[in-house]
Structures are given as C-alpha cells and as structure tokens.
Write a protein that binds this ligand. Structure first.
Ligand SMILES: [Zn+2]
Length: 396
C-alpha cells in the first residue's frame, strides 16, 4: 500500500472576523484537501500532551507515532541529527542563536537574520575563544547554530526560547537549574567578544543589527528513536525545508529528499516539492511532505499569506500526490497540521489540530470539507495523538 502524508506546519487557526468568522483553512480554496476530508476520516488529534510546549518538534513527534513523553529529548538534538552531529552521553546539545539585545531587551532573536558568512565567521571565532573550555560551536543556517557542552552529565536546565520573549527584559529569563551558572558564563564571555567584533562593526555600518549575544536554549541529550520502518512497515521518504523535520527523519531512519528551493519559508518552491514527492512515491511506499509556510504566516499574523500558502499546498502538492496515489490499487493520503499557529496570537497553541485522511480502503466520511469546526463536529478526537499514525498505517 502507498501512504502519503502532507504536513502543513501551523496551518490550524482560529475564526477571524476579517474572514467572516472562518479560519484560514475554512476560507482557503483547497478542493483536494476538502475532497480527502469529505471522502474519508476527519477529526482532531492531541499532538501536544499536557505539560509540553507546543513546538513543531513535540507535535510532529506525536504525528509520526512517537509518544513525546517517552522520546522527546529537546529541540537541539533533532537539529544536531539533521546535521549528522553526534554527541556522547556526557554531552548536552544546545541551540545557539545569534541574537540582538538592546537596552537589556530581546530586540531580535535572529540578529537581523544574520548572513551565513557572518554567522560562520562568528562561530569559528567562538571556537577559538573557547578553545580551553569543554564546549564546541557548530554552524547551522543563519542565526540557528548549535553548541555541544561536554562534562554535562549532571546538567539539568530550563532555558527560555528567545522567540517567545520579543522586546522583553532578558534579565527576567535567565537559564535556571543545575549548571545554569556555567551556561550564563559562556553567554557572557561570548557577549564580550561579540561587542567589539569586526563582523558586528561592519553590520552596524551596513545598517544591520549586530549579533550582540549568543542565546543558549532547546538543550537535550541525543535523540534515539526506534526506526519508523520497524514500527510501521515502510521506510518512508521525507521532503522538508527545515532542520527539525530533517532531524526527525534522520532519527526515524527515513530517507531525506532534498529539493532545491525548499526554503522553509513562504517563498518555498511548492511545485518543486510536489514533483519530487510524486517521483518519490514510485520508489517509496511512504512519502511525507512538510511545508513550513503556513506556520511562518501565522507568526507574521498574516491571514492572507496563510490562505495563499494553503492554496499552493493544495494545488501544487496535495493535488498531484492525490492523483499519483490513486493510480495505485491500494493507497492512503493524510493531511495533518502539527499544531495551530493562530494569526491573532502569532504563537503556537496546544489546541488539538484537525486531520483528515482518505484511501482506497477508507469508507467515505460525512462529506464535510476540511476545517477546525468540522473536525470538531465529527467528535473524532485521537488522544493521545501518537495513536493516529498507528491507525493511519494499520492494515485492514
Ligand atoms: Zn510547527
């Protein structure tokens, strides 16, 4: 049987007055996704168990059938896996953002989307600065870098994600717990170097915000997952533009298919992803396409952009995949956002997002188009959400 999963990140939302009380999913022209919902099963899934932060990492782990309470070790370890970085048991992996702090406040958690060359040079200089210290810095994409701390077996920390404290005083959100002093000392020492760094002097001259600090967070031990193939049968191939999903794919033992133009942003190459996914379906019995764009639109609070992203996903990814899947005798296709990113709050929420799936052996549903309200009306709630994959992959 051929299985297809499309993950429109953060696509779920709330009713908006500007849309006549509809959500972006309900307002968008998404005939293929609506067909799937109408001709199959539509419901909601508890993707973020209580006690967890509603991040893409936790929610997507649930969607792939892994209980976050058992398998989630942090965000940074997944990004490290995406870059094939390995860590030992006494090491803790941190996300290391370059950020701009002005007047003691978090002015920009991206350091003005710092250019790759600038970030790479700063990472190299940090490694030189900390040559005598048991920590190493590893370049990623722009402001998203990693730090590995050694001799960290005893560390037990709570660190603040910088994107959740825009404009707020950073002194109110220091790392806390066992080992916090060491992490704060690393951040302070880095700030001293960054203060007079030529890269920052050039950035200020060019009218860009400087990378005044590093911000360490998202820490965890290496993630180890039982392979998806062992759990569910097919190995699977994944197409995505972001490192968290790449890392999950690596940890699940899935094949990563890189598509040129998959940016992890609103300008991603939807058609390129759709074409690559259709081609992959000939070779793999499970193909997953993740699209970050609806989440980005939610963070920007832009309903129009969110609708546009959903319509492109429907026309250029779901449509071609549905057509390709139906050429096979046995097939199933699922569309499932990981969590809501409402345009009103511009932040992730733990509200169970809707999902829908249809297939050659799935009985036609209630005929309702896809949407938050219709999914709720079916009273079909998958709780815990990690049971959904069992049901979607189950042989009938
Ligand atoms: Zn997400």
């Amino acid at each position: 049987m051929k299985h297809v999963i499309v993950l429109p990140d953060g696509a779920a939302d709330e009713p908006a007055p500007q849309l006549g009380g509809r959500t972006p999913l309900e307002a968008a022209e998404i005939p293929h996704i609506n067909w799937i919902a109408a001709h199959g099963r539509q419901g909601r899934a508890v993707t973020v168990p209580s006690g967890f932060t509603p991040g893409t990492d936790v929610a997507t782990l649930s969607l792939f059938g892994y209980d976050p309470a058992r398998f989630y070790t942090g965000r940074a370890p997944l990004e490290a896996a995406a870059r094939r970085l390995t860590a030992s048991d006494d090491q803790l992996i941190f996300r290391c953002n370059f950020v701009t702090i002005e007047d003691g406040r978090m002015a920009d958690f991206t350091a003005d989307h710092i250019a790759q060359g600038d970030a790479d040079r700063l990472i190299a200089d940090l490694n030189e600065l900390f040559g005598d210290d048991p920590c190493t810095f590893h370049p990623g994409v722009s402001y998203r870098n990693l730090m590995l701390a050694s001799n960290a077996a005893q560390m037990k920390l709570a660190c603040q994600p910088p994107h959740d404290i825009p404009g707020r005083p950073v002194a109110d959100h220091p790392p806390q717990g066992v080992g916090a002093g060491r992490i704060i000392a690393i951040m302070d020492r880095a700030a001293t170097m960054l203060a007079g760094h030529p890269v920052n002097r050039a950035r200020i001259k060019a009218g860009k915000k400087p990378a005044t600090h590093i911000w360490l967070w998202g820490q965890g031990r290496p993630t180890s997952l039982e392979s998806f193939e062992q759990r569910f049968g097919p190995r699977g191939a994944v197409i995505t533009g972001v490192d968290i999903i790449r890392g999950l794919a690596v940890c699940m033992g899935m094949k990563l298919i890189e598509v040129e133009g998959a940016t992890g942003y609103l300008d991603t190459d939807y058609a390129g992803k759709g074409k690559a996914a259709v081609a992959a379906l000939n070779q793999y019995d499970l193909v997953v396409v993740h699209v970050e764009a609806p989440d980005e639109a939610g963070h920007e609070g832009d309903l129009r952009k969110k609708i546009e992203a959903l319509e492109r996903i429907d026309a250029l990814i779901v449509g071609p995949l549905l057509e390709a899947a139906r050429r096979h005798d046995a097939w199933r296709i699922m569309v499932a956002p990981d969590h809501p990113t409402p345009c009103t709050t511009r932040a992730h929420s733990s509200v169970p997002p809707p999902f829908c799936y249809a297939g050659s052996d799935i009985e036609a549903g209630a005929g309702l188009p896809f949407g938050e309200l219709n999914a709720q009306a079916t009273r079909d709630l998958v709780d815990p959400g990690h049971d959904l994959m069992d049901q979607f992959m189950a042989r009938h």
